[in-house]
Design a protein around this ligand. Structure first.
Ligand code: SIN
Length: 288
């Protein structure tokens, strides 16, 4: 357990046993972090990949202010095209709007520069269900045999928005925005093994939600290799599962994790306030 003590109190970082992630206590995220506390949280995020905070009742503005201490905030691609400065969004599940139940993913991996960090603040939480699970992509890479590691280090994975994403955007924002979105966001190829921009460690940069195929392999070879790699994401030893309480805040490293939210709370209401911090173009450094 790491801690710092300063005039605002004691901040504790308590790693979750046997998994990735750490719980942080003794800090009020509505206030700006002092230099020491911010440095502690950045180090903890690099080390534990997902940080959980209880009892953080943040307005949209307070969440954006918290996130901006970790880097420039990202705009949603649609909001960006509409010239909006909106950086906050909501994931809202209701009886009329069932949970998306997306498979494992890193957010917006189909951007040439996907986000570095995701941040969620729980606004309305069902009595049961609706947990989110994160999986450690360093461990997934480490679990591969040396032969498979050698193979995946040499290839790129093509990412694209989900096929129905553009149709949803068309229904809500019309043809002009959708056509510009398609033109400005062709599929991107990222290295399948990604060197982490802070730790330098290799992570298997999978993303079943957005992955299209492994470049240079036949469709059959690509599907078969991806299926065998994706299986590792379901290994509970590499995961942390979070049971939300109202006003929990979670910040996670998008470069070294995938996540997915469960939809077993349907038809109960669940509302999450989200923003993300901009990232950089994924790369693979051969000696990592
Ligand atoms: C997501 O799948 O990106 C959202 C995670 C959540 O709602 O917990």
């Amino acid at each position: 357990m790491a801690l710092i003590q300063n005039e605002t109190g004691t901040t504790w970082i308590d790693p979750i046993e046997g998994a990735i992630g750490a719980c942080v206590s003794g800090v009020d995220l509505r206030d700006p972090l002092d230099h020491e506390a911010l440095a502690l949280l950045k180090t903890a995020l690099a080390e534990h990949q997902v940080l959980f905070f209880r009892n953080q009742d943040l307005s949209a503005e307070q969440q954006l202010a918290f996130g901006s201490q970790f880097g420039e905030l990202s705009a949603d691609p649609v909001a960006g095209l509409k010239g909006s400065l909106k950086r906050i969004s909501y994931i809202e599940d209701t009886e009329e709007r069932a949970p998306a139940e997306f498979p494992w993913h890193t957010d917006l991996s189909w951007l040439s520069e996907p986000p570095a960090f995701g941040i969620l603040n729980a606004r309305v939480i069902p009595k049961s269900g609706g947990d989110t699970i994160w999986v450690d992509l360093y461990s997934v890479y480490d679990a591969l045999s040396p032969e498979v590691q050698q193979q995946v280090r040499q290839v790129r994975l093509r990412h694209r928005p989900q096929p129905h994403y553009f149709e949803t955007v068309r229904a809500h924002h019309g043809d002009e925005i959708t056509n510009r979105l398609i033109a400005e966001h062709p599929p991107v190829e990222h290295p399948l093994v990604r060197s982490h921009p802070v730790s330098g460690r290799p992570a298997l940069f999978l993303c079943p939600l957005y992955a299209e195929f492994i470049v240079g392999l036949s469709a059959k070879e690509s599907a078969s290799l991806l299926a065998s790699l994706d299986e590792h994401l379901d290994n509970p030893e590499f995961q942390v599962r979070w049971q939300w309480q109202e006003h929990d805040l979670v910040i996670w490293d998008e470069a070294s994790t995938n996540h997915r939210a469960l939809g077993d709370h349907y038809p109960a209401h669940r509302r999450m306030q989200r923003c993300s911090v901009a990232g950089s173009r994924p790369y693979f450094q051969k000696d990592s």
